[in-house]
Ligand binder design. Sequence first.
Ligand SMILES: [Zn+2]
Ligand SMILES: [Zn+2]
Length: 420
Amino acid sequence: MENLFIPIGGGNEIGASCYLYIVSGKRILVDSGIRFSKQEPYPDFDFLKALAPELDAIVITHAHVDHCGSIHLLSALYPETPIYTTHETAQLLSLMVEDAIKVRHIADRNSEEEWKEYRMLDEALSRVERREFFDRIEVGDVEVVLYPAGHVLGAASVGIYYGDSSLAFHSGDISLSSQRSVGRAELPSHKADFLVLESTYFYSDRRFKREEDERELLETVKKTVERGGKVLIPAFALGRAQEILLLLSEGMRRGEIPPITVYVDGLARDVSTIYENLLNRTLFNYYVQPAPVYQGLSFEEACRENLREADCILATSGMLVEGTPSFIYSKLLSRNRKSSIVFSGYMAEESFGYRLLSSRELLSVFKCQIERHHLSAHSDREELEVILDTLTPVKTAFVHGYPTGEEMKHHAFNREVVRF
Ligand SMILES: [Zn+2]
Ligand SMILES: [Zn+2]
């Protein structure tokens, strides 16, 4: 029987990840994310529905919204299909998707449309089936196994076993290096017949020198505080924020930065609390604290107060999206020459952070120091090649990236049908 793989979204892009597998006649959908763009935020659900009027299983790899932000809409389209994910991702899902809905409805707060989405999300979450890594999930004759993918807490790669022990392996966002808050990915010992590999950094020669980048980030924090400035670190709520706050605590412990007060604000604060519970480990301490919530103050006034109290603010969003805490902090700091804004990762082209870094005019309005360091939760090209060498796939399709050059022919574009 012919097996098919079709990216519904998240093929030649980062955003709206949604991948259909038809394996031994079973229809398995991996992920249902959103894009950062407001015009077309969702995967092409009409196309999906035409290809698969029914689904046999839905699997969510992890709780970043480019992989799960439209789970409630998908769930309403397939109300009978079980949704599988890990325990950790199941816990993080509601917080992450709820926030994405809130951001989308920033202009029509409390509208009927917004509340409808929350109700759909409740419905979807009530159908989530939590699984352990390495559990075998039976979908007819096909078996699905979730493997630890590193990346962020709860992140899974998906192994689909079919026929006479054939394997299709979907990496999802993956990191072969371990991080402070989560261990490294574990690959199956089985060779893969078909590999779908994320390619966030495959087309770039950038090698991650994590230790160097971390040292530089701590150095910026140290210099800024020593000259009497404040540091703003915009960070993604899930994964990056926790890595950075652990790094800052470690830097203080090792004497690489002086003892400073760090406030964690926005969604990063809530996600960090979930991390503490799930990992059974403290992330907050005497120096690193959740930003206080003030009664009777506007959000901007609260931010002003926090900037008076703390030396360093770690706040979401990571890309300075308008209206988010980090955006408001950045406005308050922008005229202070002694202060610094330290970016730590990926920037979507639609974001204010991207525009700030690429527009001289905008940059000239900001008198504070602006730095960019790369801390990544994805494998770089060298590591992706290790995955290829380990799984020795008969066929490979790259997704979740912006393909360029000769290797583009191995990339699966949105709506492209790949046979295996
Ligand atoms: Zn991710
Ligand atoms: Zn992703």
